[in-house]
Design a protein around this ligand. Structure first.
Ligand code: ADP
Length: 643
């Protein structure tokens, strides 16, 4: 085993790898950017080396600096985590050339699976079922149109170099093909520097089921499947293992195919074979097809660890240090059921916009596995993936595990940034999901129910008002008589466009009365919570915001009443909704614009945001510059004031 390893990553995955390394007595070296000086992964490592400025191109993607850091600190091996350099074969070559061990597959294995077309061709040869379609080198439009017709609509156009759903277009019928092709190619060219595409049959009622494989370069086993069908815009949200409705026969067939795929490339380390499954008629062994292989440890590996009892990072270190597979296929089995939910700083009702902020309050349940790279007081910066944590539960049955997931999500509290927790809670309670009837379209089909924030109820409003007054449960004996808190006070709160005026009166040692218009509530302090009508809530205040935790997390702002007059949004300016990089500026001073016209494209956290004209008008000034970095609230374009 190694004495010391360097982890070329950040956040939860760096912390997760360190946890196993520590348990095995292996020392760890962290690397960090200037934005991560105070990050948890830096604090938890035995040693830490600064790479450079916050942008990933100056830090976490600097292969040269990372390798140098490993050499300088005497680390023998580098674990890449996921993302960043984890699937970069040139990095693997450089690591090996420096006399270090790469904890992962060979550069050749990564190259073989790097492009979707080559990977499909390779798998076809190895006898693994692949999605019917065209993955040839002739990229002329004429050929692609003919191939699409041959395959039969609907078809999916995919960038061969694609990832994260980029460069992918669903085409329902021939009339939309040319336009979709052009836009997929241009997106692929921008994102990957490679415009080549392949065309696939679009599988209806698709389920995403992937198989965890593990190889030692000679032999390979599978550690069963994960169902990752709960996706929004091709991004996984909740994963589970095993897949609901999986039969022994289908599992064996898929497992064998996955092992065949791993062996075909002499795979060493942890990998995932992703399959698309037609679930329109239950799970059937002749209805799954290879999509791609991920040649690294996956975000969702904890569900596999939960049901198999295997520590996949320990296996990675063992095999990278020259060991053979710790267990044979026969020695592996499934125990119970597991779910993982990805908790993100993001604004779901606004279209899953990534959010930033200081996590002023963060509480996790103690009876779930939490993989996190942040703690209370940490900053979710605009520079990296806005993940807060992964929450994983495990129980003997799917039903029990689901109940645990619901309870654990209900007990998770975060404030200081917008999170997707309300969305995850609703999703965990959604009827089709609860019944195990999942497919990749589930979230989109139930979008309105899942993605809109519930209205605040009177108890939420009352508890927010009490908290805004500075009264905390449990109340001290003198709460009502403190000099700074009068017995009765009126508080104004805001949530979105709604303003709430609440009259709060302290009526006893631990009771408060709140009047919201004609609703009167009597609240009693119960420990740190407030109770009324058999329900409970508690709240935290941070800067000018108050978050109330109940079935949903409801956040109010506590505006200064004097400033309220200026709150209505002016229609004269376009401002940056979040920090990011200006990708394109489509207007100049003096241009006439119409409402909804695209003015500026902002790239923030791997997403493009199109900022549009708020109304018809003339452009007075343009402050946005292509390639410029902007902060949230910066004015990018101003229109001449309305006459
Ligand atoms: P990426 O590498 O960009 O993430 P994938 O090939 O892994 O792209 O596909 C991402 C998701 O798109 C899958 O999880 C699945 O939901 C959907 N998908 C991919 N291929 C098909 C297909 N042929 N039919 C239906 N859905 C598909």
């Amino acid at each position: 085993m190694f004495d010391k390893i360097l982890i070329a990553n950040r956040g939860e995955i760096a912390c997760r790898i360190m946890r196993t390394a520590r348990a095995l007595g292996v020392q760890t070296v962290a690397v960090y950017s200037d934005a991560d000086t105070d990050a948890l992964h830096v604090a938890q490592a035995d040693q830490a080396v600064r790479l450079g400025a916050a942008p990933v191109a100056d830090s976490y993607l600097r292969a040269d600096l990372i390798i140098q850091a490993a050499l300088d600190t005497g680390a023998q091996a580098i674990h890449p985590g996921y993302g960043f350099l984890s699937e970069n074969p040139d990095f693997v070559d450089a690591v090996v050339a420096a006399g270090l061990v790469f904890i992962g597959p060979s550069a050749d294995a990564i190259r073989a699976m790097g492009l979707k077309d080559a990977a499909k061709a390779l798998m076809e040869k190895a006898g693994v079922p692949v999605v019917p379609g065209y993955h040839g080198s002739d990229q002329t439009e004429q050929t692609l149109v003919a191939e699409a017709a041959q395959i039969g609509y609907p078809v999916l156009i995919k960038a061969v170099a694609g990832g994260g759903g980029k460069g992918m277009r669903l085409v329902e019928d021939p009339s939309g093909f040319t336009e979709a092709l052009a836009s997929a190619q241009s997106e692929a060219k921008t994102a990957f520097g490679n415009a080549d595409v392949l065309i696939e049959k679009y599988v209806t009622h698709p389920r995403h089921i992937e198989v965890q494989v593990f190889g030692d370069g000679t032999d390979a086993v599978h550690l069963f499947e994960r169902d990752c069908s709960l996706q929004r815009r091709h991004q996984k949200v909740i994963e589970e293992a095993p897949a609901p409705g999986m039969t022994d026969m289908m599992r064996d067939t898929m497992g064998d195919a996955a092992v065949k795929a791993a062996k075909a490339i002499g795979y060493a380390g942890a990998g995932t074979i992703e399959f698309i499954v037609d679930g329109s008629d239950g799970l059937r062994p002749d209805r799954f097809w290879f999509m791609e292989m991920n040649t690294r440890l996956q975000v969702e590996h904890p569900v596999t660890e939960a049901i198999t009892g295997v520590d996949l990072v320990a296996w990675q270190l063992h095999v990278a240090a020259g060991g053979t597979l710790p267990l044979t296929q026969d020695q592996l089995s499934i125990n119970g059921h597991s779910f993982e939910a990805r908790i993100y700083a993001e604004d779901v009702p606004a279209g899953f916009l990534p959010a930033t902020g200081l996590l002023s309050h963060l509480r996790f349940p103690t009876d779930a596995r939490i993989d996190s790279g942040v703690a209370q007081g940490s900053e979710i910066s605009p520079w990296y993936d806005p993940m807060i944590a992964k929450l994983t539960v495990h129980a003997p049955t799917r039903q029990d595990a689901l109940k645990r997931l619901q309870t654990a999500l209900g007990k998770t509290e975060a404030a200081g940034t917008t999170t997707n927790l309300n969305f995850l809670r609703k999703l965990a309670a959604q009827a089709d999901f609860a019944a195990g009837d999942v497919d990749t379209g589930l979230i989109a089909r139930h979008h309105d129910m899942l993605c809109t924030d519930d209205a605040a109820d009177p108890l939420d409003i009352a508890v927010a008002a009490i908290t805004a007054m500075g009264i905390c449960a449990p109340m001290g004996p003198h709460a009502g008589f403190a000099l700074w808190a009068p017995l009765a006070q009126s508080v104004t709160l805001q949530r979105g466009d709604d303003l709430f005026r609440v009259a709060v009166t302290i009526t006893g040692q631990s009771t408060v009365q709140a009047c919201i218009e004609d609703v009167v509530l009597t609240l009693t302090a119960r420990g740190p919570q407030w109770a009324a009508n058999g329900q409970r809530r508690h709240a935290v205040e941070h800067t000018d915001q108050i978050s109330v935790f109940g079935p949903q997390t409801i956040t109010f702002t506590h505006p200064n009443p004097l400033e309220r007059g200026g709150m209505t949004a002016g229609g004269d300016t376009v401002t940056a909704p979040m920090p990011g990089l200006i990708q394109d500026v489509a207007v100049a001073t003096g241009d006439q614009v119409t409402e909804g016209q695209r003015l500026v494209v902002l790239e923030a956290m791997k997403m493009e945001h199109i900022l549009r004209a708020p109304r018809d008008g003339t452009v007075q000034s343009v402050t946005a510059v292509t390639g410029g970095q902007v902060s949230a609230g910066d004015v990018l374009v101003a229109l001449e004031p309305d006459a």
